[in-house]
Design a protein around this ligand. Sequence first.
Ligand SMILES: C[S@@+](CC[C@H](N)C(=O)[O-])C[C@H]1O[C@@H](n2cnc3c(N)ncnc32)[C@H](O)[C@@H]1O
Length: 211
Amino acid sequence: MINKKILEYSESHTTKEPELLKKLYRETNLKVIMPRMLSGHSQGVLLKLFSWMIRPKYILEIGTYTGYSAICLAEGLTDEGELITIEKNPEVEDIARRYFSESGQSEKIDFRIGNAKKIIPDLNLIFDIVFIDADKENYLNYYNLTIDKLRKGGIIIADNTLWEAKVLQTPNQNDKETIGIQKFNDFVQADKRVENILLPIRDGLTIIRKL
Ligand SMILES: C[S@@+](CC[C@H](N)C(=O)[O-])C[C@H]1O[C@@H](n2cnc3c(N)ncnc32)[C@H](O)[C@@H]1O
């Protein structure tokens, strides 16, 4: 998508990645399947900036993986703030918990192992930020489950909304992920309750503000 040299130039003019996140990136690449799921340097900085701008009390993250984005988002929390992050795969629990602890933020991170679709309905909190980054076929379900738990003016951030440019094609009936992302994108675009932008950075990042 973006010219490689432009990407390198942008990254060289973006705040450097802290050592802890570099270490987490390396360890994820060495030990965990599908390491490209991790947010990575530029997106991590962007998430951190959003969080600092909003100074949220409550953040909900759907899809923890090894904890990279959770650590970035948790930075901007208010002193009494909390990030709830949900992950269905128990195999990543140890590594994520270890890095939450090393980041000094484990007190503020409520890490739940389980299916987000089951856990979210029982959360009785009003969130300032929701980060949707789990199974693509359920993006619209996650949106519908969280929009009423988002404060007015709060934001939903959804990752991978260009889905490797597959959103431009007519997907095969079995391609539930592309269909899921397309449904989500079209629904958000038509939703009068929100203001939204799909940023064509990395794999597509949609920012949605509740009106
Ligand atoms: C793209 S990764 C998350 C990456 C992480 N947010 C980051 O940026 O470093 C998606 C994660 O969602 C998890 N996941 C998929 N379906 C889920 C579900 N129904 N409930 C909770 N987690 C789920 C997967 O196991 C995977 O670890």
